[in-house]
Design a protein around this ligand. Structure first.
Ligand code: NAG
Ligand code: NAG
Ligand code: NAG
Ligand code: NAG
Length: 462
């Protein structure tokens, strides 16, 4: 063997030896000096980069009998940023004015935010074709992210992970739950899955669209004419779903939203007591998908969009102070304009209307704790629709679950009912009063208490 061959061989072995370390090492990108925050990118597939941001709770305790929980927050959209909206608008330590949030979930858990799927927020792909087309593809990427973050940190591995989802995030949560369990079983992922929480989650699109007309008719927001027209579009959606015409069903869903909007004079889909545009949260959560070229998306928002205030505007914040702090966001990834987020929805339109009830069933039969919570005033993922899909579960405990009575909930003041709950075995349901789609925003006190209970296994089981 010549000398140059030997040197080449040496190089090859060195690269083979260290490449996996560098590759995995990319996960722990950077963070604050005191170690309380870490963030980085994981290349979940070649040229597909997912951004994550982890906050260690200042209240974290080390008690083997009472392990400190970690919450993975999954935003909806598809294409809405968890790092932006979930973090700064809902449960993170700072609000969108960068002021401390009193009701932050960091009080009681570590928080892990991700921009999921790739293409959302700070996450990006180098080639548009790498955007995900199904919930399962998103779940596979998220599993790769969890492997990169958890497998080399034994402290994190001792903490149970709770996946908490909002809206479309629920479809990722249940597919991720199954994918993560499989990876744990195959010893590819070192993690304890504590449970899954589905907040106002788009688990069964058919049941939600079917709920809209009757619900709005009952509260005087549409009339019989509106209801009749709505029902006929719902029938069309059901037929398209039955025939597996998923993309057509997404189109009809969009038409139904327009029709409801017209007949209700612009009801807010995220709180049916409001007019659209009144709930600031709903404006921000849907902003990213408004520009979607492939479908007409929620036209009613366009006309009402007021010019955003410089202060507290999440897009400006993410592209200004936050981007500067993080220091590793590539220049051409622009979270302020939603980045590639509008494309994300388009790529998922063939999966958007597909139900994930079977996945919930599978999780229940595997013994995973599933918590469902729903805001009373939500329209898009209404409680009526959620109750309808729950009744379709094949889970053996369902009959008993449905038969038992609810327990009222209070927060502080015992003269005001804040909600109701009931549990049977590993299924837990919370009805949250006075909240729309964004439960932690509208009812921060009870939302935090609920989170504490289900991450400490304090939910009552009968
Ligand atoms: C902050 O939260 C604590 C406990 O969660 C509560 O007791 C207190 O009243 C809250 N303060 C404000 C100003 O909301
Ligand atoms: C593992 O996670 C813990 C808890 O956040 C943290 O304190 C520690 O620095 C991490 N270790 C490594 C090697 O990243
Ligand atoms: C949390 O658990 C406690 C103790 O079991 C119970 O009193 C309280 O009502 C629960 N609250 C919620 C929101 O689940
Ligand atoms: C599910 O929650 C119950 C309390 O409601 C707890 O006793 C049980 O250990 C949890 N199961 C799993 C698999 O975490």
């Amino acid at each position: 063997m010549g000398k140059s061959n030997f040197v080449a061989l040496l190089w090859v072995s060195l690269v083979l030896l260290f490449l996996p370390l560098f590759y995995g090492g990319l996960a722990m990108g950077t963070g604050t000096l005191d170690g309380s925050e870490k963030w980085g990118y994981v290349e979940v597939r070649p040229k597909a980069h997912m951004f994550w941001w982890y906050y260690k709770s200042p209240y974290r305790t080390q008690d083997p009998n009472n392990p400190w929980p970690i919450i993975l927050w999954l935003q909806g959209g598809p294409g809405a940023s968890g790092v932006g909206i979930g973090n700064f608008e809902e449960v993170g330590p700072l609000d969108s004015f960068l002021k401390p949030r009193n009701s932050t979930w960091l009080r009681k858990a570590d928080l892990l935010f991700v921009d999921n799927p790739v293409g959302t927020g700070y996450s990006y792909v180098e080639d548009e074709e790498l955007l995900v087309k199904t919930d399962e593809e998103a779940a596979t990427d998220l599993t790769t992210l969890l492997i990169a973050i958890f497998n080399k940190n034994e402290t994190l591995q001792k903490s149970p992970l709770y996946i908490v989802a909002e809206s479309y995030g629920g479809k990722y949560a249940v597919t991720l739950g199954l994918s993560a369990l499989k990876a744990i079983e195959d010893q590819r992922l070192k993690l304890i899955l504590g449970g899954i929480a589905l907040g106002d989650s788009w688990i069964s699109p058919e049941d939600f669209v079917e709920s809209w007309g009757p619900l709005l008719k009952d509260v005087s927001r549409i009339d019989d004419n509106g209801l009749t027209e709505s029902n006929s579009l719902v029938e069309k959606i059901k037929l398209q779903i039955a025939n597996g015409k998923w993309t057509d069903a997404t189109q009809t869903w969009s038409n139904l939203e327009s029709l409801i909007s017209d007949h209700s004079n612009g009801v807010d889909f995220y709180n049916f007591l409001l007019d659209s545009g009144m709930d600031l949260m709903s404006m921000e959560a849907t902003e990213v998908v408004r520009a979607t070229p492939r479908i007409k998306y929620i036209r009613y928002l366009d006309s009402l969009k007021s010019s955003p205030d410089e202060n507290g505007d999440i897009g400006l914040l993410m592209n200004g102070a936050v981007r500067k702090k993080l220091g590793i966001i590539p220049n051409d990834v622009n979270s302020a304009t939603g980045g590639q987020s509008s494309l994300v929805f388009g790529y998922l339109e063939g999966d958007f209307m597909r139900p994930r009830i079977n996945e919930v069933d599978e999780l229940l039969s595997k013994g995973v704790n599933v918590t469902i919570y729903n805001g009373q005033l939500d329209l898009i993922c209404s409680t009526k629709g959620t109750e309808a899909w729950v009744k379709k579960l094949k889970w053996e405990g369902l009959k008993t679950f449905l038969s038992i009575d609810r327990t009222p909930l209070y927060c502080g003041d015992v003269s005001i009912t804040k909600g109701f709950t009931k549990s049977y075995r590993n299924l837990h349901f919370y009805w949250i009063l006075g909240a729309g789609h964004f439960v932690p925003v509208d009812q921060p006190c009870i939302a935090l208490e609920m989170m504490v209970n289900f991450t400490r296994s304090l939910v009552s089981t009968k």
